[in-house]
Write a protein that binds this ligand. Structure first.
Ligand code: ADP
Ligand code: MG
Length: 319
């Protein structure tokens, strides 16, 4: 499999979809997308191919909350279906934002969203240990009712109430990878594996089935970057670089990070689980097996980051 020339895989975080916690409407989400896309189109102007992977945590939460409020009238929505819904709706926002910004810039590219299934192992250890909290907080009574009626696993969350937890299995392969590859080779801008992809597994009869689980979007983006042998993998988030001793008086922002240092800092607990830790792990997986350019930064620094002038750059070998 040859590397795909000029391909950039960009994972965009929650801050690209909701930038004002007081305003989470669909219109506000579009406005946030529109802002992020102004930082992505310059990559196309420099001749790159672009594959976007976005998060969906809050949006899945909204769907689950609506289902919860409507439960006397309507069915619950399985998690795989929630992810599919958000891929469509967020993909639509991104497509429109790209089309409008491309037109302003005088560029012509097709933009398409692929509803993406990501295969996970039916014996992934996370099935035995669901730990990813999703949806809103509940009373103990509601939690127990869901556990009985809907088979949910529920946990008390540090005195803040009860929450549903689901497995977060490791992504193994992207079912639609060949369709994604073909479209990218034809210079289309592709949005894929939104929310980490729809988790699917092969059951005992050999059929594919949706899973009540969520896949980490940074790990799914890394899998795509590795599978397509992307030249660049950028994780765009709310901070422009990675720090050690984050949020302490000894905080130190990093311009470069070698594999060896990243592994040491991971082991020493410098990167918070559920936020920076999966990003650093996703970068390491990419650097080790695809060997391209990996950077963690924020939307404003995307162009500079691809020139090697911003963000935290991951180095294959110590300098
Ligand atoms: P996203 O929606 O982009 O996935 P997350 O909130 O999951 O964003 O992760 C990014 C956040 O990780 C940053 O905004 C920052 O608050 C937090 N963070 C935790 N540890 C670190 C660290 N060591 N360096 C930088 N940021 C960190
Ligand atoms: Mg995150």
């Amino acid at each position: 499999m040859s590397p795909m020339d000029k391909l950039v895989v960009v994972a965009i975080g929650g801050n690209s979809l909701i930038d004002d916690p007081a305003n989470k409407t669909v219109a506000a989400q579009y406005a946030a997308c529109r802002k992020t896309v102004t930082h992505l189109v310059p990559l196309l102007q420099r001749g790159h191919r672009l594959l976007i992977v976005h998060g969906n945590g809050p949006q899945v939460g909204f769907i689950l909350r609506r289902a919860e409020l409507a439960r006397h009238e309507l069915h619950m929505v399985p998690l795989d279906s929630c992810v599919a819904d958000t891929q469509g709706a967020i993909g639509y926002n991104l497509q429109m934002a790209f089309q409008n910004e491309l037109q302003r810039s005088g560029l012509h590219r097709s933009v398409a969203t692929i509803v993406t299934q990501v295969e996970v192992a039916s014996d992934d250890p996370s099935w035995q240990n669901p730990s990813k909290p999703i949806g809103s907080f509940m009373t103990e009574e509601d939690a127990r009712r869901h556990a009985q009626k809907d088979g949910w696993i529920v946990h008390e969350d540090a005195g803040r109430g009860w929450r549903r937890v689901v497995p977060s299995p490791k992504p193994h392969s992207v079912v639609e990878i060949e369709a994604i590859r073909t479209l990218l080779q034809n210079d289309a801008v592709i949005i894929a594996a939104g929310g980490g992809g729809i988790p699917v597994y092969i059951d005992q009869t050999g059929e594919m089935r949706g899973a009540e689980a969520v896949i980490d979007k940074d790990h799914a983006a890394s899998l795509l970057a590795v599978s397509l042998r992307a030249e660049h993998f950028i994780i765009s988030t709310a901070v422009d670089r990675v720090a050690i001793h984050y949020n302490t008086p000894r905080e130190q922002w990093l311009d470069e990070l070698s594999i060896a240092d990243a592994e040491r800092f991971l082991a020493d607990g410098h990167f918070a689980p559920g936020s920076m830790k999966p990003k650093v792990e996703a970068m390491l997986a990419y650097i080790k097996s695809a060997g391209g350019q990996g950077v963690i930064t924020d939307p404003q620094h995307l162009s500079a980051a691809i020139r090697g002038e911003a963000g935290t750059r991951f180095q294959a070998a110590a300098q």
